[in-house]
Design a protein around this ligand. Structure first.
Ligand code: ADP
Ligand code: MG
Length: 699
């Protein structure tokens, strides 16, 4: 009965009218009672604990303190005034600060009378301060009944504006527990709950929304996080199992003429050990009879392209075609030119197809593709169009995969009777545990070695006030024949201002370098204008490239030796690392200069310090993961990738491992979950799959 009640549309809950139902659906994806139960607070205001002032930590969030105001004063600031009160307890002193409502506050605050204050704290000049604290006289505080742990639910601007406040969500949650009588059947087997000493589902759900104590809240969180991660792992492992069994792949047994001829006579350099190892892994996959789904990770400049080419040769040697898909037109063209050059002494037929290919060329390509005259097709998303039909696609290589979703990968499959082998390449290093949870269906190869002779890029941090020295340095480099990138941030919300910064920057550079040719590329330009400018830089006709982050991915100009990143504090770590990867591609010593103002947040400082300390993409990824959490790690395109309701892949890494361990153990013993003791698991898993929840995690 209870299972059914949970599928009731949210409109039926008392207190939810059509308007609210609509908002809940659109803004929070809450369609049913079940969805509301699974809408978890993202934090709690902990009012169980009182802090002494000398116990406050610089990274404390909200804190509650008892003390007295000894003195109030107005302080002039840039705009207007702020009101500051000295607040003391028997261990020390802090400040309370107000920017709004100063008159009222000043008139109503009592000096030398005990208050309970609550709020966020800042640390500045050796003193803690709390802006706009919640305050209550101790005398009043004692009279009232209160819940100690107050849940705070995630919200959106729209919800807040429409009056669905935290308090309203809280009310709805209460109503939900009344209507369902708080009965929630267990969703994990007794074997697991006993072994891990987990509290029952109903108790966990109740305490997550209405924590009765710190301890019960912790138990509730553990139980629900474990459950969430457990079912994801179960799903990934089952999918993986099915794939290994069912999805047959073409067997590429031959290592034939293309591969051998290229390897023996046309390799422009000795492969690195890592490249050789990865090619071996791919060869083994391609010959195994199962479809390959491999993720190739390799830092910028580690030489993924040649690995892709040699893999494609294996497909050709077995009578199949191959394709290489890139996220942007510029990259596709660069790949095309690069591969044509590498294959110039072979009779491999390579074609390029992008959004701007002309109708006539397009028709020719469609035809040649279908009759097998094309060996390798390189392009953008255009390759995914229905009209593009291969005679026999054997291998699809996808570069910079974070721009392509799983759904798009699947579209490639539909082009064939049998799915082609898939090689996904990425320069965004993903720490292994994260990769495992994100891409449980992919095998992973890593190129962890740079080609020999590369000089590590020298990275420095400079303040805007040192700009003249930086300009002088650029002049020297240009005199030596090098080229220079100057990159500006472009963030959607402040697009206009960013655009202005870019233009101002361009003008000041033009003034400073009257004798040099300067390219400029930004998002508001038409794509052929962009290509033209990019091209001039690639050919060395311009010495300086001023650009927004459009040049981030993959561009290869070995003669460019300096990367200046303006307002570097506004970039994320992985973005900085990607940008830096644009230089250091030739034999010359390269430099990356991170420009910032003097005011920097702690996170920005960490990012800048990390960048100047290391060139290692994996190390950087780990720091990035810690700073940002996994949601952001692949950039905004992927923020929805791991849509977890309660667990956090980074912070809950130990629980993740535990969940994976148990999922594996159970599947090993009972691959189809048909044992009586696993009935609950089978049922819950089927429910999740039916209601699609589980697929939302990975898409
Ligand atoms: P990425 O992994 O960033 O795609 P590329 O495949 O573009 O890297 O390679 C970067 C540069 O290094 C290219 O100019 C390529 O020719 C060169 N390269 C790749 N492998 C080697 C190697 N084993 N030895 C020397 N140079 C190499
Ligand atoms: Mg590349």
């Amino acid at each position: 009965m209870n299972a059914n009640i949970l599928q009731t549309p949210i409109d039926y809950l008392k207190g939810v009218g059509p308007n609210r139902a609509d908002l809940l659906r659109k803004e929070l994806g809450i369609h049913t009672y079940q969805d509301l139960v699974n809408f978890f607070p993202n934090r709690y205001l902990d009012k169980t604990r009182f802090y002494k002032i000398n116990e406050l930590q610089r990274n404390s969030a909200e804190v509650q303190v008892v003390g007295k105001i000894t003195h109030i004063r107005s302080v002039d600031q840039k705009r207007g005034k702020r009101l500051v009160a000295d607040f003391i307890d028997d261990t020390g002193k802090m400040e309370l600060v107000w920017f709004r409502g100063q008159k009222w506050i000043r008139e109503n605050l009592k000096i030398n009378t005990p208050y309970v204050i609550f709020g966020k704290i800042n640390w500045f000049n050796g003193l803690f301060s709390m802006p706009h604290p919640e305050m209550e006289l101790v005398e009043e505080y004692k009279k009232q009944l209160r819940t100690a742990m107050q849940p705070i639910y995630p919200s959106t601007e729209k919800l807040a504006k429409s009056g669905i406040t935290n308090r309203v969500i809280n009310k709805l949650m209460q109503q939900l527990f009344i209507e369902t009588k708080g009965k929630f059947y267990d969703t994990l087997s007794e074997e697991i709950t006993t072994e891990l000493k987990l509290i029952p589902k109903a108790e966990a759900v109740f305490n997550i929304h209405f924590p009765q104590s710190q301890e019960l809240l912790a138990k509730a969180q553990f139980r629900l996080k474990f459950e969430e991660l457990f079912y994801i792992q179960l799903q990934l492992l089952i999918k993986n199992m099915l794939q290994k069994q069912k999805i047959k792949g073409f067997v590429f047994e031959e290592i034939g003429q293309n591969f051998s001829e290229f390897y023996s006579n046309h390799l422009p350099f000795e492969l690195t050990g890592a490249q050789k190892r990865v090619i071996k892994e791919i060869r083994a996959d391609l010959g195994s009879g199962a479809q390959m789904n491999r993720l190739l990770q390799g830092d910028v400049g580690s030489g993924k392209t040649i690995v892709a080419l040699m893999s494609m040769f294996i497909a050709l040697d077995n009578g199949f075609q191959a394709c290489l898909m890139a996220p942007t037109e510029i990259l596709a063209i660069q790949h095309y030119n690069g591969l044509v050059e590498l294959c110039k002494d072979l009779d491999t037929s390579i074609y390029l197809l992008t959004g701007s290919s002309k109708t006539k060329a397009r028709r020719e390509i469609h035809e040649k593709l279908e009759n097998g005259e094309i060996d390798i097709l390189i392009g953008t998303h255009a390759l995914l169009e229905d009209k593009v039909k291969f005679k026999n696609l054997g291998l699809a290589v996808i570069d910079e995969q974070h721009r392509f979703g799983v759904a798009q990968r699947a579209r490639l499959w539909r082009k064939n009777q049998m799915p082609p082998h898939i090689l996904v390449m990425t320069a965004t290093p993903i720490p292994r545990t994260l990769a495992m949870s994100l891409y449980g269906d992919l095998d992973i190869s890593v190129i962890d070695e740079l080609p020999p002779g590369r000089k590590p890029i020298k990275t420095v941090h400079r303040y805007d006030s040192n700009r003249l020295k930086v300009f002088a340095f650029i002049k020297d480099e240009i005199k030596k024949g090098r080229q220079v990138y100057v990159v500006y941030p472009l963030i959607q919300e402040s697009e206009k201002m960013d655009y202005k910064d870019l233009m101002d920057g361009y003008e000041s550079i033009a003034r400073e370098f009257p004798n040099e040719q300067i390219s400029i590329v930004h998002g508001q330009m038409k794509s052929d204008a962009k290509d033209y400018e990019m091209d001039r830089f690639v050919r060395g006709e311009t010495q300086i490239m001023v650009a927004t982050t459009v040049i981030e991915v993959g561009v290869n100009v070995p003669n460019a030796s300096v990367m200046i990143i303006e307002s570097a504090e506004r970039f994320g770590l992985s973005q900085l690392h990607q940008l830096r990867g644009r230089v250091g591609r030739g034999a010359e010593q390269s430099f990356c200069i991170l420009m910032t103002g003097h005011k920097l947040s702690n996170d920005s400082k960490t990012r800048l310090e990390t960048m100047t300390a290391t060139n290692d993409g994996f190390e950087i990824a780990e720091v990035d993961l810690k700073l940002r959490g996994p949601g952001d790690i692949m950039g905004t395109q992927q923020s929805g990738v791991l849509n977890l309701k309660i667990a956090d892949i980074v912070k809950d890494n130990e629980i993740l491992k535990l969940a994976r361990h148990h999922a594996m153990r159970i599947l090993k013993e009972d691959p189809s979950l048909s044992l009586e003791k696993n009935k609950v698991l089978r049922f819950t898993y089927a429910q999740l799959a039916k209601h699609k929840n589980i697929w939302n995690y990975i898409s």
